[in-house]
Write a protein that binds this ligand. Structure first.
Ligand code: SF4
Ligand code: SF4
Length: 429
């Protein structure tokens, strides 16, 4: 029985906004691959509402249909009644976590308390993965069958090739302090977790692109994980802790904007006002912080000077829209505008560009079957365009697509928008 007060109970007005029109069914990835009402937004709302009323029990089946939700926000974006799935999903997962024995997720809990709480631990773990990939140990574990025995084959397949150099947030400036033009906007850059390690090249590219656009970039020291992964998995207390730490770190600098190159992190940071609404110390500071947060594409598209002549990039690309950019932040035209402004580059639209690729935080680790079905559908749509490069704007999508292309033996590459814009810069380092 769900408690008569608590996170889920607070969502009753949100759940009651649903008029059961079914408009969201066409947009919901899990409904599209199963055609089951329980796997639709409407079905999930009905189950959650019945739980809040105590009309049904929290059975493994109910939990499974809630956990299979990607929290991709496609339903929220299309809903005419104003229902918000992410708010309900986080509340429900938090409620489930609070019930003994129904939380699970030990690995995630350890990750949240270890590498995702302490950037030095994340770098140590990433360095260990780098060694694992280069020492021959990976080859040995793959060929000995040990990965299968340890049930780590999927995790191994999703591991990106770890770079040798990480992007460490230590208060450095781009261009070096004192070299920025007078009046240049002061931009705080979120380094991120996966971005700063597994995809550190994207962070370096982002800093160069922003500097080339006339900004002074500050990689604020003391920053860490934004809390998005914790919130999505129902660890709301941990998410609030990460949000406070992020605000504290960025408030130490006088910034005109805080730029984020990971759609999921940007969406979470824009929601800090909501997340910390009941925290007296942050009630005013959190919305002020969120008001400065911009996705990289959003920020650059607002700066017409950036669209000046740049180097040619002779390539055909297609754009995969991250859910938390398209649906949560409602940013759809800015990345396309930036790509179309690159001389030589040809943008070909794929079908269902805004449908989730199956990455969704740790979804591709915890819900393998659905994640694979969505990935295959995404790759079919992307490859049908004939593009040589799939461009995206979120680390999870980037890793998921790259793993899928590698499994198919495809020569098509995946690049972050920042990396494409970096190729097109009209200034040398
Ligand atoms: S969530 Fe919105 S779109 Fe979906 S059935 Fe309810 S009211 Fe209709
Ligand atoms: S958040 Fe995404 S997966 Fe979940 S119900 Fe909505 S559209 Fe479906």
């Amino acid at each position: 029985m769900i408690r008569k007060a608590g996170p889920l109970h607070d969502q009753i007005a949100n759940m009651d906004a649903c008029i059961r029109c079914g408009l969201c069914l066409s947009a919901c990835p899990t409904y599209q691959i199963t055609l089951m009402e329980e796997e639709s937004p409407r079905g999930r709302i009905a189950a959650a509402r019945a739980l809040a009323d105590g009309a049904i029990a929290l059975t493994p089946d109910v939990i499974a249909h809630q956990r299979s939700c990607l929290l991709c926000e496609a339903c929220t974006a299309i809903c005419p009644a104003g229902f918000r799935m992410e708010d309900m999903g986080i509340a429900l997962r938090n409620e489930i976590r609070q019930r003994a024995g129904s939380g699970g997720g030990l690995a995630l809990r350890l990750a949240l308390r270890g590498p995702l709480a302490h950037p030095w631990q994340l770098r140590l773990l990433s360095r260990s993965i780098w060694l694992y990939q280069r020492s021959g140990l990976r080859w040995l574990l793959r060929h000995s069958g040990a990965l299968r025995l340890l049930r780590l084959r999927r995790a191994d397949r999703l591991l990106p090739a770890m770079p040798a150099r990480f992007f460490v947030a230590k208060g450095q400036h781009w261009p070096p302090s004192g070299d920025a033009a007078a009046g240049a906007p002061r931009i705080g850059l979120l380094a991120g977790c996966v971005m700063s390690t597994a995809l550190s090249g994207v962070d370096f590219a982002t800093a160069r692109v922003l500097a080339a656009a006339g900004c002074e970039v500050i990689v604020v020291a003391g920053q860490g994980c934004c809390g998005s992964l914790a919130a999505h998995n129902g660890f709301v207390a941990e998410a609030r802790q990460r949000a406070r730490r992020t605000i504290d770190a960025f408030e130490r600098e006088q910034l005109d904007a805080i730029v984020v190159n990971a759609a999921g992190c940007g969406a979470a940071m824009k929601g800090y006002g909501h997340l910390l609404a009941n925290d007296a110390s942050y009630r005013a500071r959190a919305p002020a912080f969120s008001a400065k947060v911009r996705d990289l594409s959003e920020f650059l598209a607002e700066r017409p000077s950036f669209t000046r002549a740049a180097r040619r990039v002779d390539a055909t690309v297609t754009y995969q829209e991250p859910c938390h950019l398209a649906h949560a932040q409602r940013i759809r035209s800015a990345p396309r505008t930036l790509l179309e402004a690159v001389p030589g580059l040809r943008l070909v639209e794929m079908a269902e560009s805004a449908m989730c690729c199956g990455s969704a935080g740790v979804y591709n680790l915890t819900q393998g079957e659905s994640a694979d079905a969505l990935l295959e559908r995404k790759l079919d749509n992307a490859l049908a365009t004939g593009a040589e490069i799939i461009v995206t704007a979120n680390p999870g999508c980037q890793l998921q697509l790259a793993a899928g292309l590698a499994a198919r033996g495809s020569g098509v590459r995946v690049m972050h928008l920042a990396e494409v814009l970096d190729l097109a810069r009209d200034v040398e380092d």
